[in-house]
Structures are given as C-alpha cells and as structure tokens.
Design a protein around this ligand. Sequence first.
Ligand code: CTP
Ligand code: MG
Length: 357
Amino acid sequence: MHPGVLHRRFLNDLSTSLFSFVLPLLPTSEELNVKEEVRGLIEKLIKTLEPSARLLSFGSSCNSFGLRNSDMDLVVLIDDPNATIEPGNFVESMATLLERETNFNVKPLPRARIPILKLELAPSPALPFGIACDIGIENRLAIENTRLLLTYATIDPARVRTLVLFLKVWSKRRRINSPYRGTLSSYGFTLMVLYFLVHVKQPPVLPNLQRIMPMRPMEEEEVMLEGKNVYFFDDVETLRREWSSVNFESVGELLIDFFRFFSHDFQFNNSVLSLRAGQLTKESKGWVNDIDVGGLNEMARDRNRLCIEDPFEITYNVARTVTKDGLYTIRGEFMRATRILTQRPDRAVLALAELCR
Ligand code: CTP
Ligand code: MG
C-alpha cells in the first residue's frame, strides 16, 4: 500500500484510539454526585463559623479536564467585607470543626505560604478510592483561571478535552507530573496544550479568549481582581455562533504535532509560553536563568528553566517547580513520544499503550 495511505490510516486510527483511551478514565456521574454532596456538607459546616462563607470547587472537578478519582480542589470565599478573617486562623478553626463533625482525616497547614486544610476520607465499598481534598482560602484567581480553561474546552470539546486528558494521563504515567519532585503540574501541561492550539497551530484551533473584545463599542475591557486583569471573552453562546476554526486536523495529528513542536521547535532556553500573549522572551519578563548567581542561589536559578506565564497573574511562572533535571526529563519524554508516534506501528492502540507505559 502507498505510504501516504498507510499514514492516513494510522492517523485515523490514532484519533479513534485516543477517544477510546480517554473515555473509561472519565469520572462517573456517581463519583461527581458524591463529591458534590461532600462539598455541600462541608460548606454547611463552614457557614457555622462564618455565615457569609461559600465553598467553591475549582481545578479539575470543574474545568472539564477531570479524571476518575482525582483530588478535589476547594476554596472558601468570604463575601462579607466586614468579616475580618486571617487565613491561617480560619484553617485552624475549620480543622477543629471538621475533626469533630466528620469522619475526615484532617490535616491543617495554617502556616504554609498559602494556608490550606487537607482532608482525606479512607476508601470504603461505596467509595473504593476514598476522597482527598485541599481547601484554600480566598483564592479567587483560581476560580477565574478554572473558568478560562473550561471556556476553552467548551469551544471544541472533542479535540481540546481529548488532548488535555490524554496529556494528563501520559504525564502522570511517565512521572513528569509532580511539581513537588521537580516536574510540572497538570495546570502547567494544560496551559501548554492551550498555548499550542491558540498560538502555534496555523490556522489556530482556538481563538485567544483574552484578546477577543465584545462587539459593543467601548474602551478595552478590563475586569480587575486583586490588581490583576482577569478579563476574557466568556460568552459561549456568541462564540459558538460566531467563531469556528478553519483548522480541521484530527486529534491524532494534533497530538503528534504537539509532541514534535515541544521536542524540536520550542526554544526552552530563552522563551516563555504565554497563553495571553503568545511567545515571549525570558529576558523581556526578567525570568532569566543562565546568569551565574553562585552556589548559594541554585534554587533561584532553577526557578526559570521552564517558563509558563499564568494567564492572569502574569508575574507568576506556573512552571517554577521545574528543575534542570526535571526539564531534561520532560524534554526527553516529548522526544520519546514523538519517536513512538512517528514510527507508525501497525496499530495506534499499541502505540498509545507503549507511550503511557
Ligand atoms: N493552580 C494555579 N497555579 C498553579 C497550579 C494550580 O492557580 N501553579 C490552580 C488552577 O486553578 C488549577 C487548579 O489549581 O486549575 C488545579 O491545579 P492542578 O491540580 O495542577 O490541575 P487539575 O486540573 O486539578 O489536575 P489533577 O487532576 O492532576 O489534580
Ligand atoms: Mg487538582
């Protein structure tokens, strides 16, 4: 058979295999219901401490990139402007309360840089993997960046969700999704995929939601939160009606191209990935890593090996956890993935299994 035909067939096969790979890893509706019940229960208890408090989910439980049995990310928002609440103390009060009123294993971290409360429920027949959740205080930016990710997913769920979910599984199986061990968070990998679909692919698969302005004649839209511009175009109905991509590549093609781009083309040494603004230089952001700052500052040096700008908190490098070794490993994994997918074995299913081994 002609090699072109074989290649076409492999790409079709790869796309179908990606959908079937991801499908059984999605959370069941039962799991989602239990988690929502847990959230509601904890919220009720927290309201006894502070009546104006609300408990909201963020992260993968509501950005549509959730996998089965993933942790819950929760945040307490306090609406009463007169309530004087110090996050560390509030974490301690919540810990005491939840210890007394629930079966959760409670671990407060009130003096951490960002105070949080960790909760764990041991596995049971009804919940074979238990529940783990982190509760933070007043992290409103996380709610907004969760909404941004969800809106991107909503524009083209078949391609965007499949790519992100696959990358999350792949990065976890290959052990490069551990911010505490020098590699990158799921949030970081998700931003890489979105950056690729908005700024690298031509024609783009997704619009830049932070650049689309409403049709109404008015000055540039700014929505400020904690001193950050958190504006993005979130009118999904209008997007559905008025925006459609002219990029028709299949999810399989996009995956191969994603790995290829980050194996060979992206300049890790001097570039910053910015979903908001496209490719930036480390120099322009002051995120330099190759100055010799001496032995004492090895940690500071390591902070900007991989640079991913947060969409709203633009002075914050989401990938600051990635060390020199971590980046080396991540890049090695991108190359391995490119190799496996471009060697075109007979069956895409086998390639995916090999990729995630
Ligand atoms: N977040 C953030 N800054 C980071 C990491 C995370 O603001 N450096 C916030 C984001 O709102 C993100 C949420 O925390 O959506 C959860 O991050 P993470 O756990 O990395 O992503 P999940 O999608 O929840 O992935 P997982 O299923 O692996 O938990
Ligand atoms: Mg999470």
